[in-house]
Design a protein around this ligand. Structure first.
Ligand code: FMN
Length: 178
């Protein structure tokens, strides 16, 4: 885990300052097929802290937070590769180093049957979900840190499935239940 200084606002330095997502907001972005941002709405700019012109053409992982397990993005891309929508909780990094949690859906977009990119809409998360997922994601990150690249996803996913399989068939079902 990275050491996070409290309330730092130095660009590039993580801080423990959370921006809560207003439940009236929908944070939307679109990407091309290479996951480069082609559209970001006002809410995306507000919560990420970037201007639209700083986002367009940038990779979508510009908002990636190091507290997010690799295994969650692996699961996301497995869904997208199979042309399925992904639902999940994501902690994103703001430009000022702070963060926000959101419940995201990510799906492929098509133009006349041709795959042209991806769309994501993120909304306010349930507090219960964050309380459950924060320690779970931490455990996954700690596990990923203990293994080499080839084993990280398998070992971390095993922890996720242990939590899910108690009651649910899929991560989406689990996430939606929280
Ligand atoms: C439409 C779309 C939206 C995405 N939204 C996010 C997001 O909000 N936060 C995030 O960390 N990754 C998001 N991703 C996934 C990133 O492209 C990337 O896979 C992830 O940040 C992991 O980055 P890394 O491979 O550099 O670790 C999104 C991908 C797509 C296609």
């Amino acid at each position: 885990m990275l050491a996070i200084p409290p309330d730092s606002a130095v660009p590039g330095v993580l801080s423990a300052t959370e921006m809560k997502v207003d439940c009236n907001d929908l944070i939307v972005s679109k990407t091309d097929t290479n996951s480069m941002i082609t559209y970001a709405n006002e809410a995306f700019c507000k919560y990420s802290g970037y201007d639209e012109n700083e986002l367009l053409g940038q990779p979508q992982n510009i908002v990636r937070h190091p507290d997010m397990p690799r295994a969650i993005f692996y699961l996301m891309w497995e869904h997208l590769k199979q042309e399925q929508e992904f639902f999940g909780y994501i902690k994103n990094c703001r430009k000022d180093g702070g963060f926000y949690w959101a419940f995201a859906s990510v799906a492929p977009i098509y133009d006349n049957g041709r795959h042209v990119g991806f769309l994501s809409a993120r909304r306010c998360p349930s507090e219960n979900a964050i309380a459950t997922l924060e320690p779970l994601y931490r455990k996954m990150i700690e596990t990923e840190a203990q293994y080499g690249k080839e084993q990280q996803i398998a070992m971390s996913s095993a922890i996720l499935w242990q939590a899910i399989n108690k009651e649910f068939a899929t991560y989406a079902e689990f996430a939606l239940s929280l």
